[in-house]
Design a protein around this ligand. Structure first.
Ligand SMILES: NC(=O)c1ccc[n+]([C@@H]2O[C@H](COP(=O)([O-])OP(=O)(O)OC[C@H]3O[C@@H](n4cnc5c(N)ncnc54)[C@H](O)[C@@H]3O)[C@@H](O)[C@H]2O)c1
Length: 388
């Protein structure tokens, strides 16, 4: 029997939806690929003692704490994995870097571009590994789409468009939490848009300018922990984020883009689509059919006019070979297993990707969209970054 690779000890900050997804990713990754280390989540933190204790027990994590600083300070932790609301990310990331830990941070990297740039500077000067959790890139079909675009399957990229529609905010009785709070980074642009912007930059290159609009349809929410009753009763809290935003994009390459993000779309659970039209072809991804791509090429037989459905499950496709036999498909959770396997495959020598540089680049476009919507004009991304 070959010995198990040495442990890489992980501390996860936050036990909510992402705390669970990341815990799952560390468990699954060694089943997917031979890794030089075995990730072991040894501690999880959260503000609510009983809740973090219950989560740690459920996820098989031996220790828990209500103090993230204590987690970061531990000598027996190699990686700090940040799964808290965006408004807390940069501070935790800077502290982890100062303690010499590798840092995986959920998206969006920070509240603003300057804060993201400061987090990038902190991990760079500390010389630690860093990554942002843009997990959707690691779905086989999305990875295949990017691979095909980069390989010239659609020619020169001319048009990029995406939508992300959710019904998370449609019920006026949904109580206030961090997602309604700009100071915690809860904007729809940051929440849903950051993933789409990451995919846009990854597939189609730099975004030079944006022209955006935003709306908040439900201005107040019942107090935290309340719920069930809409309206402006005692304790109602003002919403400081957008329910929906959309934007026109201009890429540095000359390509045009359009994107729409909304948490105000009734009966749309978490549906995103990405379509790229190139000079010689079209590729379409639809999250509701996440193991597939649609592809049409100008070189196809005209008699077969239309788009074919590619099942991104063939062993030759990205990630697919390490999962199930062809035809079984994967789901959302696979992206987190793939994420850990990608990051740890080259440990400790290979840098992580996408790193905080990409997180900051995405943040700059988010900030440009917010500024554009507020000011009613096109905003260049260089106005945000200060780049010449
Ligand atoms: N990549 C993805 O698919 C994906 C999906 C959902 C959320 N996210 C991102 O993950 C991060 C966490 O989201 P989530 O859905 O797990 O959140 P959640 O509300 O389910 O959990 C939040 C966690 O952070 C802790 N926390 C610390 N400070 C807090 C504060 N001031 N307010 C509220 N909670 C606080 C909570 O105790 C809890 O453990 C966010 O940045 C979010 O954008 C990513």
């Amino acid at each position: 029997m070959s010995p198990q690779p040495p442990a890489l000890r992980v501390g996860i900050v936050g036990y909510g939806v992402m705390g669970k997804a990341h815990s799952y990713g560390y468990r699954v990754a060694p089943m997917l690929r031979a890794l030089p280390v075995t990730p072991v989540v040894s501690v999880m933190s959260g503000r609510n003692g009983p809740a973090v204790a219950a989560a740690a027990a459920a996820y098989g994590i031996p220790e828990h704490t209500t103090d993230w600083r204590a987690l970061v300070a531990r000598d027996d932790i190699d990686v700090v994995d940040i799964c808290t609301p965006p408004g807390t990310h940069a501070e935790i990331a800077r502290a982890a870097a100062a303690a010499g830990k590798a840092v995986l941070c959920e998206k969006p990297l920070a509240l603003t571009y300057p804060e993201a740039a400061a987090a990038l500077a902190a991990v760079t000067s500390a010389g630690v590994h860093h990554a942002v959790g843009f997990n959707y890139r690691r779905l086989p079909a999305v990875a295949l789409m990017r691979h095909m675009v980069a390989g010239g399957a659609i020619g020169e990229v001319r048009l990029w468009r995406a939508t992300w529609l959710s019904d998370e905010f449609t019920d006026p009785g949904t109580p206030y939490d961090w997602r309604f709070d700009r100071q915690m980074g809860g904007t729809t642009i940051a929440d849903l848009g950051s993933h789409l912007i990451d995919m846009a930059l990854w597939m189609a290159g730099e975004i030079r300018a944006v022209c955006a609009q935003s709306a908040t349809f439900i201005a107040e929410r019942p107090p935290p922990g309340g719920g069930g009753r809409a309206g402006t009763g005692a304790g109602a809290r003002a919403v400081t984020v957008d329910d929906a935003s959309s934007a026109l994009l201009r890429f540095g390459s000359g390509a045009l883009g359009a994107m729409e993000v909304a948490r105000a779309a009734v009966r749309r659970p978490c549906d995103f689509t990405v379509e790229v039209n190139g000079s010689r072809g079209t590729l379409v991804f639809d999250y509701a059919r996440l193991n597939e791509l649609r592809y049409g090429s100008a070189d196809d037989d005209p008699g077969l006019y239309g788009m074919r459905r590619i099942r991104a499950e063939h062993p030759s496709h990205p990630y697919a070979g390490s999962w199930w036999p062809i035809g079984q498909g994967v789901g959302y959770g696979a992206s987190f297993g793939n994420q850990v396997a990608d990051l740890l495959e080259g440990w400790p020598g290979a840098p992580w990707s996408p790193g905080f540089g990409q997180g900051a680049a995405v943040q700059a476009v988010c900030d440009a969209m917010e500024a554009s919507a507020a000011q009613g004009r096109w905003v260049t991304v260089s106005e945000v970054t200060g780049a010449a």
